[in-house]
Design a binder for this molecule. Structure first.
Ligand code: AMP
Length: 570
């Protein structure tokens, strides 16, 4: 759309929407609102917004002192903690770009992402020191590794170098900490820097943070959020018909801070002076229950797998965490059974949200309006909701024609808006997914007359296990490395615990009889253990589409009633 000049401008102050303003607001007007953080030793660290702002100022000073430039990407490999929160505000606040990296990715992807982003400084949790030591030799560009702990804790972690979070990294620690250039603990890094910082007046369109998609087809792509898009998104998700956030809330983002800005919750919490509880790496149901109960959490957010487990914990205890009112569930479709049980058994309201890395991520939230018919209102959580103001949706057929909003026609979901990606970072070619000012999501959806969107499938065949992506193509490519595998297809099938788990279908080379364990061992050399298929099924042929591609839709249909082998019996 072209901008039309009217010749008369409004006479309002030109105040850019900046992350530093969020932090200053929280510190100035809600300075005592608590910030609680689960530390690696399981104890709880306590601070408040005023404390966070002082430490973020010291951090910004320290970053400047080591020569971090405006626009430069600074990486974090870390779980949810108040130190990570300081990085969330200090890095974009001083004009650099916070690049959050998912430590669960396969090392090859991590290397690619860190190289592609051009990170020169990486902040990491002490538990991830082993992973960093293995990555470092191939990351010559990184000249400073700062560990989010104090000197004594770093000494301990360096000596141990055992508790590595990445399952595939448990064995062998490469060159050890010697490979980590400029290794330093965070507290020493901050030492001596003042508790105030003159946050620069940046252009609100300046890049603020960077998060890579999980590379379902090809390599991961970087989504570069702006100062303005983050502030607008935080404002939108806080609205009464979205997550209804306020200074009376204590917010627990279970969604990791390395995934799409933890759905914008740290920024929204600062905007309202809400209290924040950050769970560290302990995301099992009992730990989360205890944390929510102890800290009086009113609203928490995460993928369905987490809440399925927490629901079981609530049933064991016979009650919900004492102050819990609502749960934001997204990242994958929320099973209606989960929302029903949380509401009926514990009086907890589920807010089902849809979005993607490219949409910051929240684009729609499911809430009934007063005119919604009662029967629809009761089932509204079965949809992904309506777009928030600032986002628009359309569903189109294969030729790009808009489909009727009749609750039946289904097609590809398109999205556009003030916090939707317009291009990927560092990609010269425009993303194929961008279609005439719309972003084509790759999700298949229906819209109904109530304005509710339902995601019915996704055109990509990515496998979502416990809220994490597993690329079916990578699984297939790895299986094909086995000499006796002629053709392979990986599909995600419903799993009671993980949402989905991968199953591999294999056509063996004529005359050969490959062994299941052999194929898995071959694949294990290429990927993290949790990516490996839970089952390998040998078939004589695989179904294909008219254009010769594997038809995974057909396969998923065929194996709809499949049951996973019980552990130890496969
Ligand atoms: P990501 O970019 O990793 O955040 O993943 C985005 C994708 O997750 C979307 O394109 C959807 O396929 C899926 N997704 C996210 N939220 C939902 C939801 N509420 N229901 C169904 N699928 C979802």
């Amino acid at each position: 759309m072209t901008t039309v000049a009217t010749g008369l401008q409004g006479l309002m102050m030109d105040q850019p929407l900046l992350l530093s303003a969020l932090l200053e607001h929280a510190a100035r007007w809600h300075g005592n609102a608590p910030l609680v953080s689960r530390l690696p030793d399981a104890s709880l660290g306590r601070g408040d917004w005023s404390h966070c702002a002082r430490r973020a100022a010291r951090l910004a000073g320290a970053l400047q002192a080591v020569g971090v430039q405006p626009g430069e990407r600074v990486a974090t490999l870390a779980w949810n903690s108040t130190r990570h929160l300081e990085l969330y505000f200090a890095i974009p606040g001083m004009g650099a770009v916070l690049h959050t990296v998912n430590p669960r990715l396969f090392p090859e992807q991590l290397r690619h992402i860190l190289q592609h982003a051009g990170d020169r400084v990486v902040f990491l949790d002490p538990q991830l020191l082993g992973l960093a030591a293995r990555l470092a030799p191939s990351l010559a560009g990184v000249r400073r590794w700062v560990v989010l702990c104090d000197a004594a804790e770093l000494a301990l972690a360096a000596a141990g170098l055992a508790a590595v979070e990445h399952p595939a990294e448990a064995a062998g620690q490469g060159d050890g900490v010697a490979a980590l250039q400029g290794l330093q603990d965070y507290e020493s890094f901050l030492a001596g820097h003042p508790e105030t910082f003159a946050w620069p007046r940046l252009d609100e369109q300046a890049a603020a943070s960077l998060c890579y998609t999980s590379g379902t087809t090809g390599l991961p792509k970087g989504v570069l959020y702006s100062q303005r898009s983050i502030v607008l998104h935080a404002m939108a998700i806080s609205q009464p018909d979205a997550f209804c956030l306020s200074a009376r809330d204590t917010v627990l983002p279970v969604v990791p801070m390395f995934h799409v800005n933890a759905w914008g919750l740290p920024h929204a919490a600062a905007m309202h002076g809400a209290a924040l509880v950050l769970p560290g790496a302990r995301l099992d149901a009992d730990s989360l229950f205890a944390l929510m109960d102890g800290e009086g959490v009113t609203v928490a957010a995460g993928v369905p797998t987490v809440w399925l487990a927490v629901l079981e914990a609530m049933r064991r205890v016979g009650r919900a965490p004492r102050a819990l009112q609502r749960l934001v569930i997204g990242g994958a479709a929320c099973p209606p059974m989960l929302a029903d049980a949380l509401g009926a058994e514990f009086g907890i309201q589920v807010l089902h949200a849809w979005g993607m890395t490219e949409t910051s991520p929240v684009a729609t939230v499911a809430r009934a309006r007063h005119a919604t018919p009662a029967d629809v209102a009761a089932r509204v959580h079965e949809s992904q909701g309506r777009p928030l103001f600032g986002v628009d949706l359309e569903v189109v057929d294969g030729d790009g024609r808009a489909l009727a909003h009749d609750g039946a026609s289904q097609g590809e979901l398109l999205v556009r808006g003030a916090w939707v990606a317009s291009a990927y970072f560092g990609e010269t070619a425009q993303p194929g997914a961008l279609r005439e000012s719309w972003f084509a999501t790759g999700d298949v959806a229906q819209l109904d007359a109530e304005g509710l969107v339902r995601i019915t499938d996704r055109s990509k065949d990515v496998i979502k296990s416990g809220g994490e992506w597993i690329s079916s193509i990578e699984l297939e490519n790895a299986a094909l490395l086995h000499a006796d595998v002629q053709e392979a297809a990986a599909i995600g099938l419903a799993h009671p615990r993980w949402g989905e788990r991968p199953v591999l279908l294999v056509v063996a080379r004529p005359g050969s009889a490959p062994d299941r364990a052999d194929i898995l061992a071959c694949m294990a050399t290429r990927m993290a253990r949790w990516w490996l298929p839970d089952d390998v099924i040998f078939v004589s042929s695989l179904p294909h589409t008219a254009t010769g591609k594997l038809s995974k839709l057909t396969l998923r249909e065929q194996y709809r009633d499949y049951r996973f082998p019980e552990p130890g019996k496969s």
